[in-house]
Unconditional design. Structure first.
Length: 568
């Protein structure tokens, strides 16, 4: 490729909308162009890298028995209604109607439609396992699309689904894909860590996220400093180690707490630690309200709560809804509550002589105790675990890091096969539900994560395996025919050696060309300059290390071919 023909509109200034490094550099390097909020055009440089990532994915998927297919983006509502997800997926699902007023959605994921395909074509145990996959566009109407390709409304994703005879088969498929994901992200040059994760709107139980470690990551992960335990903050838990209070229980008293509504205000007014307060939050359910209780110094983990409630999207009850149920906003407590489901974090019973809302404007109750004064309908783990707490698997301490979720694997079990009637006949002719798994990779996210981990103040530093081009030739003087001729000779030699190379033949100063080479992040830069004219040497600079090597021009192509092969 000649740079004079390469469509890569580079920018000198950082666009104001770009908050993180990958977004800034992809815009500056002419890789992507914003079309609308959360929607981007992939320009040639980005698309070359995307294709390389997809090729790596395909190789690893095919190696574990994957078969690539293509599924429709537009999906009928009926199959989502059968699975039960049409009403619970939430506002992220793009719902549409055709001219006949039939409901469809733009696929945010493809569990339902692939299950229906396998249902129609597989009948016997002899045809299992099956591991179909696709690499396709997904649509999710994100509330806050941001960070470029990290959180978009339209994005490229690889999704594979495994169909097995039983749980043992699912475990085999799961482990094969778990290992394949490790291979994929290693080949892409990522520093990553698999962590235990929540299944979210996909459903099922048993899941791992593959996190590319980066300070810019939206996700927080917790890991033990002594053992291999690692989990996303959405699912991380610690055992309740405190003993239940066995001392004297105070009597319930109603005390005035004027102008005190927050936990901090109430605790300070009463001269008590925030851990003594039980925080009450009211959520809207399809069939009423739920009162959620947690210790005052803790935070609700909405992923855990969502799983308990079986709801994809949580919404607080409005003041009007609370008042209609006999609750006083700002002063809610669990004592005396009727016809409202109470869900409590499993630390709540351990707090003796609690402070709660009194159900009266300007008042709280003290001396409240779980079991004597109120009882929860559900007692479970609801809180966010924090760094510094004890590991659930050993005596180690949990530490925190941030990560970018680039892939996730799920055990779906029979969630979709039961709902959609996807079954097979076993050796005895008996019908059995297929046992499923699901395995996703965000292709654009993976590209962005590579940039987040591989950059400096000058631009991108691509790992060779996913670089849009492997090398660039930079003639420093386009007015001298010697430079032009030697550059052309070297360009042809590198093409013959099947090196992916760009010849920067633009009528620009050498400094401009060098800056663009660093910004775009070509792994190798070959400079045709005065050393070439005077001594027949070219200067090869390795972008990742900054190392500079002088070589006879006739040896450059073979040298680079060897270096590139070693780096992949």
């Amino acid at each position: 490729m000649r740079a004079s023909n390469l469509y890569a509109p580079t920018l000198r200034e950082i666009p104001a909308e770009a908050e993180i490094v990958s977004h800034q550099l992809m815009l500056r390097a002419g890789m992507i162009n914003k079309v609308a909020a959360g929607m981007y055009a992939y320009l040639p440089l980005a698309w070359r890298t995307m294709k390389k990532i997809m090729d790596i994915i395909r190789e690893e998927m095919d190696a574990v028995g994957g078969q690539e297919l293509s599924l429709p983006i537009v999906q009928p509502a009926e199959i989502w209604q059968k699975s039960g997800r049409w009403s619970v997926y939430g506002a992220e699902m793009w719902r549409i109607r055709d001219r006949h007023n039939r409901e469809f959605c733009l696929g945010p994921t493809h569990e339902e439609i692939i299950t229906m395909q396998i249902k129609q074509g597989i009948r016997s145990y002899k045809q299992l396992p099956q591991r179909p996959y696709q690499i396709a566009t997904k649509f999710r109407d994100e509330r806050r699309p941001r960070f470029g390709l990290m959180r978009g409304r339209e994005f490229m994703m690889k999704d594979m689904y495994s169909f097995d005879r039983n749980e043992e088969g699912l475990e085999t498929s799961y482990q094969l894909l778990y290992q394949a994901y490790g291979n994929i992200f290693s080949r892409c040059g990522l520093n990553f860590r698999p962590v235990e994760a929540a299944s979210g709107a996909i459903g099922g139980s048993g899941s791992h996220e593959f996190m590319a470690l980066a300070e810019s990551g939206e996700a927080e992960i917790l890991f033990c400093n002594q053992c291999d335990y690692a989990a996303s903050v959405e699912i991380a838990s610690v055992p309740v180690r405190a003993e239940k209070y066995s001392g004297p229980l105070a009597q319930v008293e109603i005390v005035a707490t004027p102008n005190c509504q927050t936990v901090e205000e109430v605790a300070a007014f009463l001269g008590q630690p925030t851990s003594q307060v039980v925080k009450s939050m009211c959520y809207h359910l399809e069939d009423g309200l739920a009162l959620v209780l947690i210790r005052g110094d803790r935070q609700i983990n909405e992923e855990k709560l969502s799983a308990v409630l079986g709801m994809g999207e949580l919404n607080f009850a409005t003041d009007e809804e609370m008042r209609a149920a006999g609750l006083v906003p700002g002063y809610i407590g669990p004592v005396g509550v009727k016809n409202i489901k109470i869900i409590a974090d499993n630390e709540v019973p351990l707090v003796a002589n609690q402070i709660t809302g009194a159900g009266q404007e300007g008042y709280h109750k003290t001396g409240v105790n779980y079991g004597r004064d109120y009882q929860a309908d559900i007692l479970t783990d609801l809180r966010i675990v924090e760094a510094g707490e004890q590991c659930p698997h050993c005596s180690g301490t949990l530490q925190s890091a941030r990560g970018i979720e680039v892939g996730q694997v799920f055990k779906l079990h029979t969630k979709y096969s039961d709902a959609l009637g996807c079954s097979y006949l076993d050796e005895n002719g008996k019908e059995q539900p297929m046992v499923m798994g699901c395995y996703g990779i965000g292709v654009g996210r993976t590209m962005a994560a590579v940039i987040e981990q591989n950059n400096d103040e000058y631009g991108i530093i691509w790992p060779v395996a996913v670089a849009p081009y492997e090398a660039v030739i930079v003639p420093v003087n386009d007015k001298d025919p010697v430079f032009t001729e030697k550059s052309e000779e070297l360009y042809q030699a590198m093409l013959k050696a099947k090196i992916e190379v760009v010849l920067d033949d633009r009528k620009e100063r050498g400094g401009v060309k060098f800056n663009d080479a660093d910004l775009i992040g070509y792994p190798f830069r070959v400079t045709v300059g005065n050393k070439t004219k005077n001594d027949g040497l070219v200067e090869i600079k390795i972008r990742a290390t900054g190392e500079v090597i002088d070589l006879p021009i006739e040896e450059a192509a073979a040298f680079l071919k060897e270096k590139i092969a070693a780096a992949k």
